[in-house]
Design a protein around this ligand. Sequence first.
Ligand SMILES: *[C@@H]1O[C@H](CO)[C@@H](O)[C@H](O)[C@H]1NC(C)=O
Length: 130
Amino acid sequence: MNKIVLSSFMFVTIFVTIQMVYVEAFNIGIAKDERVTFFNNLTVPLVVSCRDKDRIVEYETVDPGNGYSLKFTVFTLIPSSLWYCNFVWLREDHNFNIYVQKRDRCSRSGCVWYIKEEGPCKVGGECYKW
Ligand SMILES: *[C@@H]1O[C@H](CO)[C@@H](O)[C@H](O)[C@H]1NC(C)=O
């Protein structure tokens, strides 16, 4: 086999293996999908940027009364996932960890937050001050 054929073959093999590991992780319950939704409970548009260790979502504008959802996969064996968000409106600029896997137990429909003037409130949970 020449090098190109060989490396294509290796690529496909690695790709398929990764897919199988991923599907298996869901099957045996060590991976799950999570959803975090936050509502803009301000009276003005909210501009949100969020990131975790490998993804960035930037400058999403959420109008008053509207919500925005982050969807991602977490591994349950080592609960180390974290989503860090920046919330900007008028002259306000705040940061908050909207999802901390060790802290948050989300229901099947996900974790829901209300973003308010004085800080984020977790539905069915605590309110935090900025
Ligand atoms: C926040 O906004 C949501 C969606 O508009 C609404 O259902 C909820 O009652 C509001 N909560 C508070 C505490 O203002």
